[in-house]
Design a protein around this ligand. Structure first.
Ligand SMILES: [Fe+2]
Length: 284
């Protein structure tokens, strides 16, 4: 081969190498952003059943943190929640990753309760972590209300709505079903606007059958990697292009919102799927 051709191939190899390097750099940059930069997204949910005094009521939903810190002492997350000006904060499961997450959770929860009342339901990871009992003690200590198959009444200027919560199906085998819980709600509170906190995103039929007006879920992680026009690629049940990965779903009179969550599992980084602080604004 003449020296002219050798030079030509060397040049082409170098160009290809630089192009690959550039591409990897872009992917690394997007991956970093997709895991570190929290995005606050606001959604309105209207219902004629909502009492007028709850018009404009702001619920900040945090889901699937899996023990992840955003900034020193979760400062970035706390700032995002504060800026959202919530009336209440709800945590829809998979807050902790393992039994060592206790002091991390305590630091975060103490800051959150200073912003607004905090409510919590368990996810599958709490039950698998070995740290649930300690977490519940920490919550009691911080003033976080765990809604394990129970409900509470939220009041605003004399009007009421119900905030109910169910434990993850990975919890106790003989736990109350959503249907049983909502039978109680109706027997004790009548036909009242009711919000359900439930970790799992793939049980809309059950939530609709129970008769919740609005359900706030997580678990799906937005499909971990997201692509424009496609949405989530794979969910935490290892289903490709799974339904219920993010946003709103409706069945009968039940509106379900699925958060993309904030953290990661199996150490797989999120891609084009920034950690989400969801703000649900109730509208009459
Ligand atoms: Fe989960």
């Amino acid at each position: 081969m003449s020296s002219h051709y050798k030079k030509h191939f060397r040049k082409r190899r170098r160009r290809t190498f630089l192009a690959i390097l550039f591409l990897l750099g872009i992917i690394a940059l997007f991956t970093y952003d997709s895991n570190a930069r929290i995005i606050t997204e606001e959604f309105s949910v209207s219902s004629g059943k909502l009492p007028a005094n709850f018009d404009g009521y702001r619920i900040v939903q945090l889901s699937d943190l899996h023990g992840k810190s955003f900034g020193n002492g979760s400062s970035e997350l706390v700032k995002a929640v504060k800026n959202a000006k919530p009336d209440i904060i709800v945590i829809t499961g998979d807050l902790i990753e393992d039994s060592k997450s206790g002091s991390w959770a305590q630091t975060l929860l103490k800051k959150l309760v200073d912003i607004a009342p905090v409510y919590f339901v368990t996810g599958n990871h709490e039950w698998a972590s070995g740290g649930l009992v300690e977490l519940l003690y920490i919550m009691e200590d911080c003033g976080v209300k765990a809604l394990g198959n129970k409900y509470t009444v939220l009041e605003k200027d004399g009007e009421k709505i119900v905030l109910a919560g169910i434990d993850d199906p990975n919890g106790l085998a003989d736990q109350k079903t959503p249907q049983q819980l909502f039978r109680e709600v109706r027997a004790e509170q009548g036909d009242i606007y009711s919000i359900l906190l439930a970790h799992r995103n793939n049980r809309l039929d059950t939530y609709a059958e129970a008769g919740a007006d609005l359900v706030l879920c997580g678990h799906g992680h937005g499909g971990i990697w997201r692509l424009p026009f496609v949405g989530g690629i794979i969910d935490v049940n290892r289903t490709l292009i799974a339904k219920y990965d993010s946003g709103f779903y409706i069945k009968d009179n039940t509106v379900q919102f699925v958060s993309r969550g904030l953290g990661t599992i199996w150490h797989i980084p999120r891609f084009l799927n920034n950690p989400q602080v969801a703000v649900i604004v109730l509208k009459k």
